[in-house]
Design a protein around this ligand. Sequence first.
Ligand code: 13P
Length: 250
Amino acid sequence: MRKPLVMGNWKLNGTKESVTALVNALVEPANNAANVEVAVCAPAIFIGLVEQLANGSALQYGSEDCDVHNSGAFTGENSPVMIKEFGCKYAIVGHSERRAYHNETNEVVAAKFQAAQNADLVPVLCIGESLEQFEAGQTADVCKTQLKAVIDLCGIESFEKAVIAYEPIWAIGTGKTATPEIAQNVHSQIRAYLASFNADVAAKVQILYGGSCNAKTAPELFKQPDIDGGLVGGASLKPADFSAIIEAAK
Ligand code: 13P
């Protein structure tokens, strides 16, 4: 049985004040349940603050990216070992915004996935197609290619300690959520592809949906058999909305 995971991705948002308010709300008992895991991925500069505020609670947290190196002359980067030192469980890798604005290729993303695992972080591998690819019927192929780069470098067993987030780019920040049918169809194809390498790993890996996942759309999405929770952008910044999404996953 896969446990649902609801993860916020704050992207480039927040102040010390808003982060404090948000984390204080998330550590409240109402947002805790044995049958759902809640996590937030924060801008690196706020991770130390999240660590202090989440201390001793069930709330898990992570980074929005990580470098492939653990140290060295790489100005501006955050290493997986540093991220781990601040108590993070997760590191998002391969978010479409990183792929688009920082030219991260499938190979770079796979290297980040590997570096995160080497530092004992759980990588959250983001995959998904553009609107153009969606309209051309290429969704499954795009997702498979993105997964294959990681399988080639790290092996299928690496997904025993990883999370996948299917995030159609056309649904991110647009208010155009994939319908539960579309999302379930892609999730099941992702799982079937992984199963072609190792059925056991495929059955266990959590596959989150991301892209305008909100209090309204989450309940139907989370009812789908291959959707194991959500990676939530905009709605994760508002405590009431994020709590409603957590509620839908319980
Ligand atoms: P939105 O929920 O704002 O569409 O963002 C989704 C996302 O990119 C999460 O990683």
